[in-house]
Write a protein that binds this ligand. Structure first.
Ligand SMILES: *Cc1c(COP(=O)(O)O)cnc(C)c1O
Length: 231
């Protein structure tokens, strides 16, 4: 039962740091959702996390997520946080509580087309590449408004907020301007009707305290909960 104890301890530690960062800004820590990122994590550890109170799980790849959804013993909310290929969209319409990686118009069009066929509405966050890194997906900040206008017209997609992945810095303070910029976009306000800016998904193991200080209400954490990934 070592695994269960270790993971429970990690979760408690991360939650304590989230609470501390929230308190610094006078925020209620309960408004921040801790998403445990389970990529390359075996089912046994995921079940340990659920036993220790985790309710939300994040996966990068669709097939891996679907496989794990069958392995876990308790119901959880699954978040798709990785880049989504159009040919996988049909698997994502009802299997995820939230897709964090809506990052291009062609993807939005495919989600809309498939979701309309199935008669479902798919909740999505728009991924913004705030720092403009070549290696990352997401819209440039300046593309966000026109994109939201186009997606707002798609009846079977519900935009519920924004997501970003900050560049990796040894000093997480360096990521603060990235998080602040996303928060500004989140709060900007004059978005089309139907767009509801409810979730701000930012912060990973290395930088989540800074992200919470800057307003994140969803953090996506893998390594700090489950240890270093094997590959
Ligand atoms: C892997 C991943 C995470 C978690 O990363 P850690 O550094 O292990 O916490 C969060 N978000 C996305 C999009 C990821 O791919």
């Amino acid at each position: 039962m070592r695994i269960v104890e270790d993971i429970a301890k990690n979760i408690a530690h991360v939650r304590a740091r989230i609470s501390q960062a929230a308190a610094q800004r006078g925020r209620d820590p309960d408004e921040i959702t801790l998403i445990a990122v389970t990529k390359d994590v075996p089912g046994e550890k995921i079940n340990a996390a659920i036993a220790a109170g985790i309710t939300d799980l994040g996966e990068n790849r669709v097939q891996e997520a679907l496989k794990k959804q069958r392995e876990v013993v308790a119901p959880a909310k699954w978040h798709l946080i990785g880049h989504l290929q159009r040919n996988k969209v049909r698997h994502c319409l009802t299997n995820f509580a939230l897709i964090h990686s809506l990052d291009r118009l062609s993807l939005a069009q495919e989600i809309q087309r498939r979701a309309a066929q199935r008669g479902v509405v798919v909740p999505c966050l728009v991924q913004v590449n705030v720092a403009g890194e070549k290696s990352k997906f997401g819209l440039a900040p300046g593309e966000l408004e026109p994109f939201l206008r186009q997606v707002a017209a798609m009846q079977n997609i519900k935009v519920c907020g924004l997501m970003t992945i900050a560049p990796y810095y040894d000093d997480p303070e360096a990521a603060r301007p990235v998080f602040r910029r996303l928060r500004e976009l989140f709060e900007q306000g004059d978005y089309p009707a139907g767009v509801s800016m409810q979730y701000l998904s930012m912060g990973m193991s290395n930088d989540y305290t800074v992200a919470v200080e800057e307003g994140a209400n969803m953090v996506r954490i893998g390594t700090a909960l489950f240890g270093k990934r094997q590959n």
